[in-house]
Ligand binder design. Structure first.
Ligand SMILES: Cc1cc2nc3c(=O)[nH]c(=O)nc-3n(C[C@H](O)[C@H](O)[C@H](O)COP(=O)(O)OP(=O)(O)OC[C@H]3O[C@@H](n4cnc5c(N)ncnc54)[C@H](O)[C@@H]3O)c2cc1C
Length: 311
């Protein structure tokens, strides 16, 4: 039985791989592929950011954490590394639910808190180098026998086949007329300097991050809701740098090597559910906000579960 997956971002490719591993035939149909998807711009640190509902996303994030570690340790995927990062907060709070299963998580000592922050924690989590990881996913998908065709659909009704998985990200706004999906604009800076450990302020209003990869570090961030502008803005670059310098005073602006913009596919709640349209079974898997990589394997497994119940 063949399944059509629409979209070749991290959600579409990961879902395609899982479906092939479960014995289905899979064809991905997509407007764009790597390096031209939002997924290619993801920073990408494992962290459930800007995504709901947390009772489900915590589980999918935790399943993805385990799978990323397995890929790194068992399959030897080199573009997944494990890095320490410190998150700083304005007030004392309970550790988040997603932190419970982490192998390494500790509350920071008072003398480890920087600037005006009041509280913080240190954790170890996967960093995924998307410039290598997206081609790796695509290659794995093809090796397992998956096929890919470039096509943009105006509507989900135009997709042939009886089993369709919708991984169209922000495209879902038009593709399945879902106005709940909105862009949350993110600009990032690439710098050839390593901060040692990642530094984070994950509040959407003050969002700041330094995410060290093996060859360069990704600096962020912005989270501009409803902003469709995909061009680099100089004032955002300045804004990001000044926030990062507050957390990482050694940052050397001479080592900047690039800037990029991506539009996070945000939704009040991630949509992962079945719908029947004209006798076709559709499984929707979109609206991952700032956590599409963090949730990718957990969501792909959920798609498989839903399809098994329905076929
Ligand atoms: C600056 C920035 C930093 C981020 N950092 C992180 C991070 O640290 N950790 C993390 O987990 N996440 C992060 N994210 C979020 C992450 O990038 C997204 O959640 C994720 O990429 C969504 O993946 P997706 O596959 O659902 O969508 P996309 O990557 O957008 O893929 C959608 C696919 O659908 C196709 N498509 C759309 N419409 C149609 C149509 N009508 N017909 C055919 N094809 C169509 C597109 O061509 C594309 O191939 C970040 C995002 C940004 C912008």
């Amino acid at each position: 039985m063949e399944i059509t997956v629409v979209g070749a971002g991290v959600s579409g490719l990961t879902t395609g791989i899982r479906l092939l591993e479960e014995g289905w035939g899979v064809k991905i149909m997509t407007e764009d592929v790597s390096p031209n998807t939002v997924s290619d711009v993801a920073a990408a640190w494992w962290y459930p950011f800007l995504v709901e509902p947390i009772e489900k996303t915590n589980r999918w994030a935790s399943e993805t954490f385990d799978e990323l570690l397995r890929l790194k340790n068992v399959e030897g995927v080199e573009c997944i590394t494990l890095r320490k990062g410190r998150e700083y907060l304005d007030e004392i709070c309970e550790p988040p639910g997603w932190s419970l299963g982490l192998p390494y998580f500790r509350i920071l000592d008072e003398d480890e808190i920087v600037g005006e922050y009041k509280f913080g924690w240190e954790m170890e989590a996967p960093v995924i180098e998307m410039n290598s990881y997206m081609p790796w996913l695509l290659n794995k998908f093809k090796k397992l026998g998956g096929t890919l065709e470039l096509q943009k659909f105006d509507s989900i009704k135009d997709v042939s086949g009886d089993l369709i998985v919708n991984c169209s990200g922000l495209g879902a706004r038009e593709f399945c007329s879902d106005e709940k999906v909105i862009p949350v604009r993110g600009q990032v800076i690439y710098i050839k300097q390593d901060p040692g450990f990642g530094r984070f302020d994950q509040q959407p209003e003050t969002l700041t991050y330094t995410i060290p990869r093996r060859d360069f570090t990704v600096l962020g961030g912005t989270a501009q809701k409803g902003d469709w502008d995909e061009t680099v803005r100089h004032k955002d670059t300045e804004y990001i740098l000044s926030k990062c310098e507050a957390l990482w005073p050694e940052l050397d602006r001479n080592k900047i090597i690039g800037v990029a913009v991506g539009l996070r596919p945000s939704r009040d709640e991630l949509r992962l559910e079945k719908e029947i349209i004209s006798n076709k079974i559709i499984i929707h898997n979109y609206g991952h906000g700032g956590a599409g990589v963090t949730l990718s394997w957990g969501c792909a497994d959920e798609v498989v579960r839903l399809l098994k119940i329905n076929t």
